[in-house]
Design a binder for this molecule. Sequence first.
Ligand SMILES: CC(C)(COP(=O)(O)OP(=O)(O)OC[C@H]1O[C@@H](n2cnc3c(N)ncnc32)[C@H](O)[C@@H]1OP(=O)(O)O)[C@@H](O)C(=O)NCCC(=O)NCCS
Length: 147
Amino acid sequence: MVATIRDARPGDLSEWMPLWQGYCEFYGVEIEPQITMATWARILDPMCELTCRVAEVGGNMVGFAHHHTHLTTWDTRPVAYLEDLFVSPTARGLRVGQALLDDLLALGRQKGWASVYWITAEDNETARRLYDHYTKRDQFVRYAITL
Ligand SMILES: CC(C)(COP(=O)(O)OP(=O)(O)OC[C@H]1O[C@@H](n2cnc3c(N)ncnc32)[C@H](O)[C@@H]1OP(=O)(O)O)[C@@H](O)C(=O)NCCC(=O)NCCS
């Protein structure tokens, strides 16, 4: 199964929304509607770093990858953070996740990023099986304080 990967477009909202809701459900979070709409507006804003690459199979949207780049003190080039990756449960195991990751790496090489990084839950075995095909996990531990 070959997925087509491209940037999200304004007309994609109705297909992106159920995928986004599926992603939020997967994490058991309720994101307020105005925040979801602000996220969508940022995705479409060319001046904003947040980018959404969508995966289509047979003309239907089946997944997305959200990323944004930021500065780093360890390189003059930016690094990219893959914040959200989701594939519809009906399209899992078809290498759509792999296609989204491959696309992001190709994009990064083309744009001159120093690296692409992401985090996942220790026990997210399905995602880690995919990620382990690419590289070894590192040994950093995340701390976060809600403000
Ligand atoms: C993680 C996720 C994006 C993978 O997407 P996908 O399109 O199914 O991934 P792929 O088809 O490219 O599969 C990659 C590997 O994972 C395996 N895999 C994917 N889904 C699986 C499942 N439900 N059960 C067992 N193995 C699975 C594939 O067999 C493949 O392994 P292999 O190469 O050893 O055969 C998808 O499962 C998902 O959206 N999960 C919920 C959200 C999530 O966890 N996002 C990541 C958060 S960091």
